[in-house]
Design a protein around this ligand. Structure first.
Ligand code: SDX
Length: 437
């Protein structure tokens, strides 16, 4: 084969299997090759063809999607083509939810109908209340949310009719509407406080704050600046292409289960400290560092591999997470109302050091969405274990938009990857009675 690159200009890959000397031409489509096209590369007709090995799907596209676009090198994030910066500044969470689910911005009538539908589906069956009251007094709210979302599938058995568009729409409305109720009740249970029912006079985010914090007052009054800041945080968390929890929703959804069960799988994945649980882990990390003077020792621990700088790094962003920039600005608005968080100084110093330190620069580790969000949540008086519940409420429209794409995508099949088998083969079984005699 000649050394100079032979540019045929064709959108194909020519590979030679040196085991057989056989050449293969594989089509390139949208910057990918179809893994199934590797199956033809084999050393004999009775041998399996080649497959790919990609733990964590670091370099594997699982689907075609038009919901969210990310350019990790440029720090670009767009929902249905709209830059996140514009949506965060000018839109509302329910309008962004409509955009993600329906694929276009709503007319006034469409928005009014959407808001009405969601407002009037915020209640849950009273049995859900008693179900949630059954958790231990100190149950983690994410564990309660994961279980309660899954339990909703038993209250709406018709949700398994996933091929019916009207049915899908109804379940999507219910889930977006009820997630704040379940999230707030998980919080109230952990606080040992009575559950507060939805107040349909309030907007989506104000109603959530009412269910969280209302006590004996007749009507909950939320500070508009806090409502706006939390609504913006929901927008920033609404979708993020094929992240771990969305992959879980798609993988579970590929078995054609109902959307409540698929979203419950997403909540479960989000719970992990490497994913949505990172915002809680950031606060615990900042508390553990305790003061700016302790930062150098902590950073040494990170570079020795004994620590992770939680809230830093990202599979896709090799630049500053655009959401982190916006959250950092939102923090100023919130701290105006609540007073600043002393941990903010430690976070700012950590960021300053990390952005100059070779270890982080070489690995392109920048603050991600979780680095500053926890500081805002804490300013709202949320305990750290509630932070990921807030992430889940924001991410629900994204999970559902991706699930909708999945169930209507003719390319999709039940998720069932291959493996590389490393275990024993063909052993002879000796019954216990002989093994133990
Ligand atoms: C979210 O996917 C999404 O879109 C997720 C999300 C969304 O909106 O859905 O954006 C939300 O989950 C944000 C990420 C929140 N997680 C954290 O903040 C936890 C800390 N960060 C990491 O654990 C890590 O950065 C991940 C999990 C986010 C990404 O992991 P990758 O892509 O698998 O990268 P990696 O673990 O292979 O790391 C590459 C290198 C390694 O070093 P070397 O082996 O090359 O020596 O970078 C190092 C890692 O050790 N590294 C870190 C680090 N993150 C990566 N070192 C110290 N601190 C970190 N935070």
């Amino acid at each position: 084969m000649s050394n100079e690159a032979s540019t045929s200009g064709k959108e194909t890959l020519t590979v030679r299997d040196n085991r057989t000397g056989q050449d293969y031409e594989i089509p390139i489509t949208d910057g990918t090759i179809a893994a199934k096209d590797l199956g033809q590369i084999k050393i004999g007709d009775d041998q399996p063809g080649l497959a790919t090995y990609d733990p964590g799907f670091v370099n594997t596209a699982s689907c075609r999607s038009a919901v969210t676009y990310i350019d990790g090198d440029k720090g670009v994030l767009e929902y249905r083509g709209y830059p996140i910066e514009q949506l965060a500044e000018k839109s509302s969470f329910l309008e962004v939810a409509y955009l993600l689910i329906h694929g276009s911005l709503p007319t006034k009538d469409e928005m009014d109908a959407w808001v009405h539908e969601i407002t009037y589906h915020t209640f849950v069956h009273e049995n859900v209340k008693s179900f949630m009251e059954g958790f231990r007094y100190d149950a983690h709210p994410m564990g309660m949310l994961m279980a309660s979302v899954g339990a909703l599938s038993t209250f709406y058995p018709d949700a398994r009719n996933i091929t019916d568009a009207d049915n899908r729409h109804m379940q999507i409305v219910r889930m977006i509407a009820k997630m704040p109720t379940l999230g707030a009740w998980s919080f109230r249970h952990a606080q040992g406080k009575p559950f507060v029912y939805p107040d349909n006079d309030l907007g989506y985010t104000a109603n959530f704050l009412s269910m969280l914090f209302k006590m004996s007052e007749k009507k909950f009054e939320a500070d508009e600046r806090l409502v706006k800041a939390l609504d913006t945080l929901f927008i920033l968390h609404a979708d993020h292409e094929q992240n771990c929890s969305t992959n879980a929703v798609r993988s579970v959804g590929s078995s054609e289960v109902d959307p409540y069960s698929a979203v419950a799988a997403g909540v479960a994945a989000l719970y992990g400290p490497l994913h949505g649980g990172a915002n809680e882990a950031v606060l615990r990390m900042l508390r553990r560092i305790g003061s700016k003077s302790e930062i150098p020792a902590f950073m040494e621990g990170v570079k020795n591999g004994n620590e992770r700088l939680m809230g830093f790094g990202h599979r896709v962003y090799k630049n500053y997470d655009p959401r982190a920039k916006i959250i950092k600005k939102s923090a100023e608005d919130v701290f105006e109302v609540t007073g600043t968080n002393p941990l903010l100084d430690i976070a700012l110093e950590l960021e300053k050091i990390a952005l100059e330190d070779e270890y982080f620069v070489k690995r392109k580790l920048y603050p991600n969405v979780d680095f500053y969000s926890g500081l805002i949540y804490e300013a709202f008086q949320f305990p750290p274990e509630m932070f990921t519940v807030l992430f889940a409420i924001g991410r629900t429209p994204g999970w559902l938009a991706q699930w909708l794409e999945l169930v209507q995508d003719k390319d999709q099949k039940i998720a069932r990857p291959k493996q590389i088998y490393t275990g024993d083969r063909q052993l002879t079984f000796t019954p216990a009675s002989e093994r133990w005699a």
